[in-house]
Design a protein around this ligand. Structure first.
Ligand code: ZN
Length: 161
């Protein structure tokens, strides 16, 4: 039987279908790994409910483990809900390098949500904080579209939630 750490290392190679530079482990959605007889049961929490990439993620997990000779099953757990706090440091760095500003505030910071101007977001290209929101919805519902007033480039911001 394979231990959970090894399973996690394998899953760390499974990219997020929406943002392929970060793995499902970096995204923080892998919640639990347990063995039921000869089947490895992986519990994941979707980044937000109704996430269209969920099915794809499940299939990737099952395929990856099967390639290692492990029979796998994926369970979905909605509670506690995923928050951007679960993103790993490596994941945040990868987002930044990819040109997506990683979530800034802690999701529990209610004041950040109600503030009309939103959080101070750093431009992933020139690292200027002179940025402003263009659209609260970017290429996917979990991102917002920002523009840097320093270098003029638009970029995605991974919203904290
Ligand atoms: Zn910039």
């Amino acid at each position: 039987m394979v231990d959970a750490n090894t399973i996690m290392q394998w899953l760390d190679k499974v990219p997020d279908p929406e943002i392929p530079v970060i793995s499902l482990v970096d995204l923080g959605i892998v919640r639990d790994i347990q063995w039921q007889d000869d089947t490895c049961v992986v519990t994941i929490t979707p980044t937000y409910s109704g996430c269209p990439a969920m099915y794809e993620m499940e299939q990737s997990i099952i395929q990856t483990l099967e390639q290692q000779g492990v029979k796998a099953q994926v369970k979905t757990s909605l509670s506690p809900a995923w928050t951007t706090d679960w993103l790993s440091e490596k994941g945040r760095q990868a987002l930044q390098n990819y040109g997506i500003a990683p979530p800034k505030e802690q999701s529990i910071d209610i004041s950040g949500i109600s503030r009309r101007s939103g959080p101070t977001v750093t431009c992933p290209l020139c690292h200027s904080t002179q940025t402003r929101v263009i659209s609260h919805f970017g290429s996917t519902p979990c991102k917002a579209l920002y523009r840097c007033t320093q270098c003029g480039e638009p970029f995605d911001y991974f919203k904290a939630h």
